[in-house]
Design a binder for this molecule. Sequence first.
Ligand SMILES: C[S@@+](CC[C@H](N)C(=O)[O-])C[C@H]1O[C@@H](n2cnc3c(N)ncnc32)[C@H](O)[C@@H]1O
Length: 468
Amino acid sequence: MDIKKNDVLTATVKALGFNGEGIIDHFGTTVFVPFSLAGEKIDFKVLKVKGNVAFGKVKKVISPSISRLTPVCPVFFKCGGCQLQHLEYPKQLDFKAETVKNCFKKIAGLDVDIDKKFASPNVYAYRNKLQLPTRALKSGNAVGFFRPNSHDVVKTDVCPIHPEWANKVISAVNEFIEKSGVSLYDEVSGKGVLRHVVVREINGEYLFTFVINAKTLKNTDLLTDILKRDFGKFSLYLNENTSDSNVILGERFELCFGKGYITVTEFGVTYDITPQAFYQVNTPVKTEIYNDVLSFVSSGGDTAVIDGYAGAGVLTAMLAKKCAKSVGVEIVKEACDSAVKLAADNRIDNMEFICGDCEKVLPELIEKVRKTYGRVVLVLDPPRKGVDVKTLTAALKNPPDEIIYISCSPQTLARDVGVLTGSLKYENNQLINLSKDFSPNYDLKFVGIYDMFAQTKHVETVVRLSRQ
Ligand SMILES: C[S@@+](CC[C@H](N)C(=O)[O-])C[C@H]1O[C@@H](n2cnc3c(N)ncnc32)[C@H](O)[C@@H]1O
């Protein structure tokens, strides 16, 4: 049956897709309808049709799911930050577990069991990092969050996935804008000064970064006074970003107030968090991941760990305490400098850090480390795009004994685990699926999901692979 733009149709949602949207099968056309839930009968309007895929919008929920909730956030249906507030929390976890399983099946042809589902201890008010775009819109100044797939800012005074301090930040930023008269950034003209406000809160201390499309910000004294009034211990940075890209931070930072970092101690390692440093957004979930990763690395004189995509070396240092040697590999120079300082400050002398691209460094490094130590455990914690398949193929020429893969993208994780196990093979610039008939290089010992990003579609996964 034909489907065209502006049709209003009635159907039952069969499942949730990777992005948390309802999926409807309309006579061979797959229709994605955000904010609908599996099993619900809905009226939906067709917004776009492309071949046998269409996108729609809920007009009316005729028979709501028993798992449907009224979202806590007043701008949930407009803002792109969360996708699942209308779904009760245990079902969010089930959805994420299914997403991971489906990715393994569809992408790598692998059937996996989810061995652990770690719920976020706080399902709201959990984020320790706030990223607040500030924009000049036709309708006036807007401080809030981006709309889905757009650079339009949805104004808001509150964000329930952040603790209460974030609402105080929004109010303080609005007060500063009003009193100082600072112009807000306009992406079309490239004009306007204030682009973004980024804040980290850890143990009651704050790191503020005001990102500006200029060299200086007028009235920083006024800003400092407002922050002093509302926040206890804090540091304030200005960050210059005059690029027309959508990268939030520019390269130059200027410390205007405070000591400039927050010191944290965990698993016996003390380190400083700066605005540039990678730091997971949900502290107790991050701790659980580190705990599990450390428990997978057996202590012993013959085990060396290579920590690929190591950030500022926090996990590398923790791993060093468990084995003979730990070597971190990281591409960003500042993060490498922090890691070297961290090792010295904590007097960890069996930790080494290499500033370089994992794609180039890992294959040789695995070989070198194996020659010196007997067992090699490779930890991988790449960004969303995953590990390059060529790197994995090269690494497999000298396969590590164990691989622990921490991932924020189930799709690239499944692809990479497929290559590592051998269910996928990279040949002539193409991935070939061999899953029907292959003898695995690695056993999948553990797949765990960790809900770092409650109320959103995102999920963190840890996989442990042991050599056959
Ligand atoms: C998800 S973070 C990992 C952080 C670290 N494992 C931790 O727990 O703090 C990913 C890191 O990989 C780094 N990175 C991205 N591409 C890289 C590459 N090709 N080679 C080495 N490091 C890379 C990023 O700069 C970032 O610090």
